[in-house]
Design a protein. Structure first.
Length: 603
């Protein structure tokens, strides 16, 4: 194999991470299932580096299948071939082979993550966090949280070694089976078995009357005739879609889950270690559901979204679309709670139909017990968890606030704090691409009005970057989901994403963070360009202080407009982060500054 690097790469010192990918069969929520692990772990080991440091991730694939690792939120400026997308930047890493990713954590910081970008294997456990410690010169927002200098210094300390709470949607079957069912029977992988937090969880069975009660408060649910014991609602308009005659019970269609058996496996416990503040990165790594996050009896401060510092807000909970990260600071002083010696629940709850399911972890004051047997807080052993609360519980099983006057924020409601992350280009864009997110068959998804898709088999095809390097430009015109024409360096790009209906789509952009300059959950964008909207005084525009994100939830029947500058030569995927939707074709490819893409470093 030929090793070829260009000069800066040669001179750099790398922080090395060795990843051994392996198949396992284990129980994480009380039921055995096949998982894929990294160094025996799922979530995999955290990658923690300093800003501007070079990183090398050496992946050894011992799985029975191919794999690839994408570093979500890493801009890969100067290293587009390290983006980890089969068919775009590399071939999948075959079973038994190794692959080196080399990139720089250049001029960016905070909580990012990594995950498989091949087939649905992300949701078999191939994911973990990637945290870049912010460099000294960055402006922090901590003095907006506390005026106490010691507390500010403590937060600066904790920022170096933060904690993580990572939620995952655990499907009942391994992803190859889930996807097989999806394409064979037209069943979108909808209902999950449990929400894992840091790889731990339980199966909770709730009586139907529990859901009935919630439905009575929630107008969207009143018409639902039945909830199964996993909280999956039976919606007859879906069941009889196109007059299909399926064995709904055998296929566990929503509303038909097999009788639920609760489990009592260990939950993740976050120990405060008697520190007055907790600095936590909260990630939704799931393949399916937007989640509401809260900690009983603890309001907290949001300080960053997707790794970007924001103007802090004090909230009771946050809403995490799939792929999003909130960084939060939680004050943990015993005297502020009535029963600080008892555990508090940490909750991730799905927010939308068709399933109401909650994952729980525990916040425990003090250090972990001395004996290394993890205490499971005997109190919580077989107790009816649904009824246990210590202090105020903010969120309910339907993913809504219990007291509506409390505050829950979306990523779209944050504002970047540092000057460099604010919007600079406020006038007309140079290029506008329109998108139309919709489903046109049971499991066929598209980002384009004409139904163009990113075909699944593309993952096995010659990577687009390779085609480009070999001068096969015609390859870059083959797929209708490749945006034409390529954008050029320095151009300002607008993406208008209209969502037709059905369901929300968390759209992720590779190679760029984006400003959300227009948003509505009520209507599609009524103009051809942002300029036209400005001229007509469109009130949903925000060119003053738009949020800056790498995943943007596009609401049902609504729209977002995303703006970025073409400052990162490469070939970048734009796609829905819901695994079923991505596998169903919901993606597009941006060609950016093709003549400036650096020579590919061959592996
Ligand atoms: C508390 O201490 C334990 C054991 O030293 C450590 O594993 C854990 O990460 C600490 N918790 C926090 C929030 O720092
Ligand atoms: C870092 O990126 C910002 C934009 O996000 C830019 O304004 C700034 O000049 C960059 N700094 C360096 C040192 O490259
Ligand atoms: Cu989607």
């Amino acid at each position: 194999m030929l090793f070829w690097y260009f000069l800066p790469v040669l001179l750099a010192a790398y922080k090395l991470f060795n990843f051994d990918l392996e198949d396992t069969y284990e129980s994480k929520d009380g039921v055995y299932k096949a998982y894929k692990t990294i160094n025996g772990l799922s979530p995999g080991p955290p990658i923690i580096v300093d800003e501007d440091e070079w990183v090398e991730v050496h992946v050894n694939n011992h799985l029975q299948t191919s794999a690839a690792i994408h570093f979500h939120g890493v801009l890969q400026n100067g290293t587009p071939w390290a983006d980890g997308v089969p068919g775009v930047t590399q071939y999948p890493i075959a079973s038994g082979k190794s692959y080196q990713y080399r990139f720089q954590a250049k001029n960016q910081s905070g909580c990012l993550w990594y995950h498989s970008h091949f087939r649905g294997y992300l949701s078999d456990g191939l994911y973990g966090v990637l945290y870049i410690r912010p460099r000294k010169e960055r402006k922090r927002p901590y003095h907006h949280i506390t005026l106490n200098i010691e507390d500010q210094e403590l937060l600066m300390q904790l920022e170096k070694n933060p904690s993580f709470l990572i939620a995952d949607d655990s499907f009942k079957l391994p992803m190859d089976d889930v996807v097989m069912r999806m394409f064979r029977y037209g069943i979108d992988p909808l209902c999950i078995q449990s929400v894992l937090i840091n790889g731990k969880g339980r199966i909770y069975c709730h009586p139907e009357r529990r859901f009935r009660k919630l439905a009575s408060k929630n107008p969207n649910l009143r018409h639902i005739p039945y909830f199964d014991c996993l909280g999956c609602l039976r919606d007859d308009s879906i069941v009889h879609y196109k007059g299909s005659t399926l064995d709904h019970n055998a296929l566990e269609f929503p509303g038909y889950s097999a009788p639920c058996k609760p489990t009592y496996s260990l939950l993740h416990i976050h120990y405060t270690n008697n520190t007055d503040w907790q600095y936590i990165n909260v990630l939704n790594a799931g393949g399916q559901y937007t989640k509401l996050f809260s900690i009983d009896d603890h309001e907290f401060y949001v300080v960053a979204i997707d790794g970007i510092f924001v103007t802090p807000q004090r909230v009771s909970s946050v809403v995490l679309p799939v792929g999003s990260r909130f960084t939060i600071c939680v004050e943990t002083r015993k005297e502020q709670h009535e029963n600080a010696n008892l555990p508090f629940f940490i909750r991730f709850t799905t927010t939308h139909a068709p399933q109401f399911v909650e994952g729980l972890a525990i916040l425990q004051y003090g250090p972990p017990p001395k004996n290394d047997q993890e205490s499971d807080c005997s109190l919580l052993g077989k107790a009816n968890l649904d009824l246990y609360t210590n202090g105020i519980r903010y969120t309910d099983l339907d993913g809504h606030l219990i007291e509506p006057n409390r505050k829950a924020i979306w990523p779209q409601q944050t504002r970047p704090y540092e000057e460099q992350n604010k919007l600079k280009h406020k006038s007309a864009a140079d290029v506008t691409f329109p998108f139309y997110l919709h489903r046109f068959e049971l499991v066929q998804f598209s980002m384009f009005r004409d139904g163009s898709q990113l075909p699944l088999h593309m993952e096995l095809k010659k990577p687009l970057l390779d085609s480009l390097a070999e001068g096969e430009f015609s390859q870059l015109k083959l797929l209708p989901a490749i945006l034409q024409p390529p954008v050029r360096k320095g151009q300002v790009i607008d993406l208008i994403l209209d969502n037709y209906k059905h369901i929300n789509h968390p759209v992720h952009m590779h190679g760029h963070f984006v400003h959300v300059i227009s948003y509505s959950d009520k209507e599609n964008f009524p103009y051809k360009t942002v300029q036209e909207a400005i001229e007509n005084g469109y009130t949903n525009l925000n060119l003053e202080d738009p949020p800056y994100l790498d995943v943007v939830l596009v609401p049902v029947g609504g729209h977002v407009v995303l703006r970025f500058e073409a400052d990162n030569p490469g070939i970048w995927l734009i796609h829905c982060h819901n695994i079923g939707h991505l596998m169903g074709g919901m993606g597009a490819v941006l060609l950016e500054s093709l003549d400036e893409i650096p020579q590919t470093a061959r592996n």
